[in-house]
Ligand binder design. Structure first.
Ligand SMILES: *Cc1c(COP(=O)(O)O)cnc(C)c1O
Length: 414
């Protein structure tokens, strides 16, 4: 590799990097004071050579591990052939990627995008148009039902239907046409439906809200209510999908067949933004040439990486791993006796540990774990998440568990 290009960056101390970033970056994040420069599998290294285990996986985008050699090979190979040509032309990779997306989700047609938020925006457009063209809702009256405490991204359109004040403050005026119901409450959802409702958009498990698992049967009830009322169901599987909960889609746990599925994050193999809306023929038929697009969407590089990621998911049996190791991790975490832990919940390798907020903060737990070499990130003030790459081994989990125990028991002594 060309050392001269990376050397000047590596020459800085961690404190210098933090200082520079603080000087030049807008302050829309408050990262832990860890400066990383290398990753391999579940492992990360900081600029001082200290090793960490990644229990966050970039919000599940790194499910295949850092610098996965098989994805890397695809990236290098495709980047050296053709990376971008826009959809003014065809490319010879996109159709294979979309076919795989449809087959893996059991749906009919797919539209590629780049980031998760773009895919969500695409779904909003699709269900609204379906509402007007097919359900015959009067122009500009379509309503979409969403759940309280949802997270679907950060665009103005999407935060318009967020219920988190932090995400919204100062960014109005917002987009109309959304209704909130409590997550996990099928009755409230049924009552919120009107003749103008075109769709329900929800996460099957709420990720950013703190890995909140709804009551068993809820999503199935939502599906039934949607069918009965001629309302579409779109599930946002951007974080929950692609093996994270032990199935390709989390909604498979309840045998739910949605009209639309949103994928992103891990779809980009941990190295490139790739997202998609996959949907039924009827929903996707509303798009006509000129009605939607994005310069980078469907590019050959992203398509090759997305396709390879979906293949790896099956070839390496990552869903099975997620269930098996997720159950193990859950059991081990539950056995830790710590007065600061209120509740542990999750599915597959996606676990949230709720902290008693009067005893400690989730941020404190993350900072102490980082000191011992385990990286996670709090969500809100009270939840620590554990979502390692799905390629993690039992030995690697044990390595992290030993350190997690140390932190949780440290607080016990205080
Ligand atoms: C992360 C996330 C998004 C947004 O994805 P971006 O790539 O950050 O735009 C949307 N929905 C869910 C459920 C997510 O977790």
């Amino acid at each position: 590799m060309n050392q001269s290009k990376t050397a000047p960056f590596s020459a800085l101390t961690a404190a210098e990097v933090v200082g520079l970033e603080h000087r030049w970056s807008a302050r829309n994040y408050s990262p832990l004071p860890v400066v990383l420069n290398r990753g391999e599998g579940v492992w990360l290294w900081d600029v001082d050579g200290k090793k960490y285990m990644d229990m966050m996986s970039a919000y599940s985008a790194v499910s295949f591990g850092h610098c996965n050699p098989r994805i890397l090979a695809t990236l290098v190979d495709q980047a050296s052939k053709l990376a971008l040509c826009s959809r003014a032309y065809h490319n010879d990779v996109l159709s294979h990627f979309l076919e795989k997306l449809c087959k893996i989700t059991g749906l009919d047609l797919a539209i590629p995008m780049n980031t998760g938020a773009e895919a969500v925006e695409t779904a909003i457009k699709a269900v609204r148009r379906w509402g007007y063209m097919i359900k015959k809702i009067p122009e500009n009256q379509a309503e979409i039902i969403v759940c309280s405490h949802n997270f679907h991204g950060r665009t103005v359109g999407i935060i318009s239907f967020s219920s988190e004040p932090d995400y919204k403050k100062g960014f109005g005026p917002f987009l109309p046409g959304f209704k909130h119901v409590p997550f996990g409450d099928a009755k409230a959802l049924e009552q919120a439906i009107t003749p103008h409702t075109c769709a329900v958009i929800t996460e099957p498990i709420q990720g950013e809200a703190g890995i909140v698992v709804p009551p068993k049967g809820w999503l199935k009830d939502v599906e039934k209510i949607c069918h009965k009322n001629n309302v579409l169901l779109v599930v946002d599987e951007i974080q929950s999908g692609l093996g994270r909960t032990g199935k390709i889609l989390a909604c498979e746990h309840e045998n739910v067949k949605p009209d639309g599925v949103l994928l992103g994050k891990a779809l980009g193999g941990g190295c490139f933004p790739v997202s998609a809306l996959v949907g039924s023929e009827e929903l996707m038929s509303v798009f006509t040439p000129g009605s939607h697009g994005s310069t980078f969407a469907g590019n050959p590089l992203g398509s090759a990486i997305g396709l390879r990621s979906l293949e790896l998911l099956e070839e390496e049996r990552l869903c099975e791993r997620s269930i098996e190791l997720g159950n193990y991790l859950m059991k081990q975490l539950q056995q830790i006796e710590s007065p600061i832990v209120k509740k542990i919940r999750g599915m597959g390798l996606w676990i949230g540990m709720e902290i008693h907020h009067d005893k400690a903060s989730a941020r404190w737990v993350c900072e102490e774990m980082a000191k011992l070499g385990v990286l996670s990130k709090e969500t809100h003030e009270t939840v620590v998440r554990f979502a390692p790459p799905l390629i993690v081994t039992k030995d690697e989990l044990d390595w992290s568990l030993q350190r997690i125990r140390q932190v949780l028991e440290m607080r016990t002594l205080k």
